[in-house]
Ligand binder design. Structure first.
Ligand SMILES: *Cc1c(COP(=O)(O)O)cnc(C)c1O
Length: 467
């Protein structure tokens, strides 16, 4: 039976039967026992499915991955030990030394550094593009060795809404997939696969967990990118079309399998500019039984390679205990997102009319540059994170934060508790003012992550601190 997102938040992934625990058990075990040597050998020959070592698979982790996969509408999901590991693996899975990719410059500071500095040391180069540029300027960033395009649905902390359908079309014209970090929107508010994205990543540390208990990440594969031809195939003929999004933006999706219905049609690729050259997926992997991922796993080629190659060689799995905590968060994700968005909208409206506030960036405000895009991609609400600048000096902004009472200064966002951060003096300290501007961050930007407390209490705390 097809289930709505709210139901999947509760029931997705773990399906207990007779006498099994109602709540997902924590399989806190590195290894799994077999009775005969032959049983074990069959697992290693890929002739049988079964658990043998938690770096590759664990029942608790798998159940949570299946829930997130169902929420996004993918063909498979892998959990990682952090959002950073998810971003790295998502790109590294299809890029090697000598390759190139294109990324929005309006992204999380950690990702900006990973892509621009650390991956460069591995011989993988990227070009940062401003998502506000026109199509021609963005096309110009692609090269023959470009392997993917990356962006964030709602950027952290810039608050830029990524025009997923437009950037999917551009990526597909160059024969490469679009990877979208959907951390801030969560699948409750946006499902990028419906707009043509091919791969979705998450920092599950944020809203998915929502209680600041674990650091984690996720990668979900739509199964819609054909690695052999470098084209995007929107839907599977063997699957029934899903009902279109309406009203709240909530829609039906069937668990485990169905890729989301996609609005855009596939486009011809541009001659000679990237495209179709994903030999890491279409040629035999000598380190993995000489298997060719696309031949052996079809639509699950990309996601299977992450487990069987990257997890095997690099690790970065979450602990089953952390997956259990993440799952508790997911059970209320739909309720929390709604309250985060309602509260943030009220706080944003209050800040906008406050004479002490110099500027504000929240895509739910009609005056916002990204309002139209937010209405298109996030009709049911965006997220709880607001960026604003106070009139006055940088020191006054710091004093404002120090005077807050229950609103806390924390290097964290997207949590039940309201918190603030000054990226220029905290998370992005290592960036110069020029790099800050390149990453779309004003030096006076205050990032306010609106929680799920009483909204009048939140506003009262902000007001007394500003006074
Ligand atoms: C926090 C964050 C990350 C990194 O995630 P960690 O879990 O902290 O490693 C990546 N992308 C976005 C949008 C984030 O907010």
């Amino acid at each position: 039976m097809k289930q709505n997102l709210e139901t999947l938040c509760i029931h997705g992934g773990w399906h207990p039967t007779k006498g099994q625990p109602q709540q997902l058990p924590i399989y806190q075990s590195t290894t799994f026992k077999y009775d005969t040597s032959e049983q074990m050998a069959r697992l290693f020959d890929l002739e049988d499915e079964g658990y043998f070592y938690t770096r590759l698979a664990n029942p608790t982790n798998d159940a949570v991955a299946a829930k997130i996969n169902a929420l996004e509408g993918g063909v498979g999901c892998v959990l990682t030990s952090s959002g950073q590991a998810a971003s790295f693996y998502a790109v590294f899975n299809i890029c090697q030394a000598g390759d190139h990719f294109v990324t929005s410059n309006n992204i999380y500071g950690g990702t900006f550094n990973l892509f621009g500095v650390t991956m460069k040391k591995l011989g993988i180069e990227c070009t940062f593009v401003d998502p506000d540029w026109d199509d021609e300027r963005i096309h110009a960033a692609f090269r023959p060795n470009t392997k993917c395009f990356f962006g964030e649905t709602i950027s952290n902390p810039g608050g830029c809404v990524f025009d997923i359908e437009r950037f999917a079309r551009i990526a597909h014209e160059h024969g490469v997939p679009l990877i979208v970090d959907n951390t801030f929107a969560t699948p409750i508010n946006c499902r990028p696969f419906e707009w043509g994205a091919d791969i979705v990543t998450h920092s599950t540390t944020k809203y998915m967990d929502g209680h600041a208990t674990q650091v984690g990440g996720a990668i979900i594969d739509s199964g819609n990118f054909d690695w052999e031809t470098g084209t995007h195939r929107p839907s599977r003929p063997d699957l029934q079309p899903l009902p279109c999004r309406e009203g709240s933006g909530h829609h039906l999706t069937s668990e485990e399998t169905a890729p989301a219905q996609v609005h855009s049609a596939p486009l011809p690729t541009r001659e000679g500019q990237g495209g179709g050259s994903f030999s890491c997926l279409t040629q035999p992997d000598e380190s993995y039984h000489g298997l060719t991922y696309t031949k052996a796993f079809g639509r699950k080629a990309y996601i299977t390679k992450i487990v069987s190659q990257l997890m095997r060689d690099l690790g970065s799995i979450p602990s089953p205990q952390n997956c259990f905590l993440l799952n508790l968060g997911l059970e209320t994700l739909h309720l929390r997102m709604q309250r985060h968005c309602e509260n943030a909208q009220r706080v944003a409206e209050w800040l906008e009319q406050n004479p002490k506030v110099g500027w504000i960036n929240y895509c739910g405000l009609p005056s916002n540059k990204y309002y139209a895009l937010a209405q298109k991609y996030l009709p049911g609400g965006s997220c709880g994170v607001i960026a604003f600048g106070l009139k006055g000096t940088r020191e006054e902004a710091i004093r404002f934060m120090d005077r807050l009472q229950f609103v806390s200064i924390a290097t964290h966002v997207a949590d039940a508790r309201t918190c603030v951060l000054h990226p220029a003096s905290h998370t992005h300290r290592q960036l110069s003012d020029e790099q800050l501007r390149q990453a779309g961050i004003a030096p006076d930007l205050v990032r306010l992550s609106v929680g799920i407390e009483n909204v009048q209490d939140i506003i009262a705390d902000l007001e007394q601190a500003m006074a």
